[in-house]
Design a protein around this ligand. Structure first.
Ligand code: BG6
Length: 469
């Protein structure tokens, strides 16, 4: 029986309204929650109905009886995160609500706040014993039978130093089995498919190395801008917003060695190991025209809204293979994809040799699936070779309504499955890569909204790049 009290700190923020409440709604609708309550917590003076109402527009087709269930079990608590006494009252409220809804005491805390609040919230939740140790997770016989798990939203810090400080604080306080560092990309269907495709099919592994692969492109392009998140975005920029986390997580799944088993501990060991070997080589940074006139943006801001990066992995498998990452706001299209380019084969034809090699492309967002690009004979011209795609389209086979990332991941937390969550060492290795970027060294190129970023991004580390998107 799934029983849980959700306590979301940062409940008035964008993430809670756009993603977390819709995910809870879907879990109710899909019968994944037997009993639950939801307590929204934040600095602001507001009420739960307002928060729920604002979230409605992010749920397609609301079923009234499901919505009513959510409404009846939802509460709001105003808390100054820095005021210790408020946490005692929060604890009393949680206990009252658990009694009222006859819940068994399982608690899922979600810190949907800026990372600078993580340490203080962790400290006070612990000091007030709101989060407790669980028998199974901590091997302690006198601990409670119910579980208490805590989810930390990204970005996890703003550099290695701050991420380490958060890790040290939370590891002192909680058992690693209780800690869920979330990266919603790991909940996306096609991202969670990467290791399965790689390791359950014989055909890929023998080719997955520098003898056969020429380069890898990881692309996360967005059509949208910063969507009123100027305060946050101007401090972080494209690299810290999505490359340090989503893109390096994808890279780690593509590049990791085969884990002993496809389960949390071994997958995370393999990802951490490869992330430790990643090095930064080169970057082209850009900012879209008009960025500095947006709300809450410093008019002199040098924050990048576009980045093209060249990374390399210093190990036997990948030595010499460039990994190219490209991301940006206000680009020509929404496209998250990975393009693995194989090396050319020696041409044995007398005329019409292939102009390009094979690609394996993983489509993550908005299309989902993958395709293998092969060369075949052009049926209309015997002397010509042409590329064709062997295509797997996820929605064509399974329909458009597979669970969204946050729904997936929240259910994983309830089930105690950490395989799609990021471990402390992975986060720290990723920050180490990003900390090596000396922003001041790179010119900031301007680009037009709706373009494919600055044209200078077609060259990295003195090599011309033919971006696949
Ligand atoms: C978030 C970033 O982590 O990911 C946003 O903070 C970005 O800036 C978003 O828009 C992209 O996620 P998705 O799932 O829409 O590709």
């Amino acid at each position: 029986m799934n029983q849980v009290t959700f306590i979301i700190l940062g409940a008035t923020g964008d993430l809670c309204k756009r993603k977390l409440i819709p995910a809870i709604y879907k879990l109710i609708e899909n019968n994944k929650l037997d009993k639950f309550a939801f307590i929204g917590v934040s600095f602001d003076k507001t009420d739960i109905n307002k928060i729920l109402q604002e979230s409605q527009k992010f749920i397609s087709k609301i079923n009234n009886s499901i919505w009513e269930k959510l409404e009846k079990a939802s509460y709001y608590y105003q808390l100054d995160f820095y005021e210790k006494t408020g946490y005692k009252n929060l604890h009393d409220l949680i206990k009252d609500i658990e009694n009222k809804h006859k819940l068994n005491g399982n608690r899922l805390f979600y810190l949907a706040t800026m990372p600078e609040h993580f340490k203080i919230i962790t400290k006070y939740l612990n000091e007030n014993k709101i989060i407790f140790k669980h028998q199974h997770e901590t091997n302690c016989s006198d601990c409670k039978k119910a579980w208490a798990r805590i989810v930390y939203e990204k970005p996890f810090g703003h550099n290695l130093k701050s991420a380490r400080a958060i890790n040290n604080c939370i590891k002192k306080t909680f058992h690693e089995n209780q800690i869920y560092r979330i990266d919603h990309y790991l909940g996306k269907e096609l991202v969670s498919n990467i290791s399965l495709v790689r390791f359950t099919n014989r055909i890929f592994e023998p080719l997955w190395n520098n003898k056969n692969i020429e380069s890898v492109q990881i692309i996360l392009k967005e059509k949208i801008g910063i969507e009123g998140r100027g305060d946050f975005y101007d401090k972080y920029g494209a690299i810290k917003d999505v490359a340090q986390n989503h893109m390096l997580q994808i890279l780690s799944l593509i590049a990791m060695e085969q884990p002993k088993k496809l389960e949390a501990k071994y997958i995370r060991d393999a990802k951490a190991k490869v992330l430790k070997s990643v090095i930064f080589k080169d970057a082209i940074l850009g900012q879209y025209e008009g960025y500095t006139q947006e709300k809450n943006i410093n008019p002199e801001s040098n924050t990048e809204t576009f980045a093209a990066l060249n990374l390399e992995i210093k190990n036997k498998r990948w030595a010499g293979v460039p990994f190219y990452l490209k991301t940006g706001k206000y680009l020509d299209q929404k496209d998250t994809s990975v393009h693995i380019k194989f090396k050319m084969v020696e041409c044995l034809l007398t005329k019409g040799c292939p102009t390009d090699s094979n690609y394996l492309t993983l489509k993550i967002n908005p299309d989902q699936g993958f395709y293998l690009e092969l060369n075949i004979k052009d049926p209309n011209n015997n002397d010509q070779i042409m590329p064709v795609q062997m295509n797997f389209c996820h929605s064509c086979l399974f329909g458009p309504n597979t669970p969204q990332a946050y729904e997936h991941l929240i259910l994983d937390v309830i089930n105690g499955d950490q395989s799609a969550f990021v471990r402390a060492d992975e986060i720290e290795h990723s920050w180490k890569v990003i900390d090596k970027i000396n922003y001041k060294k790179f010119k900031l190129f301007s680009y037009k909204k709706g373009s494919n970023g600055p044209e200078q991004s077609n060259k990295l580390n003195n090599k011309i790049i033919r971006w696949r998107a």
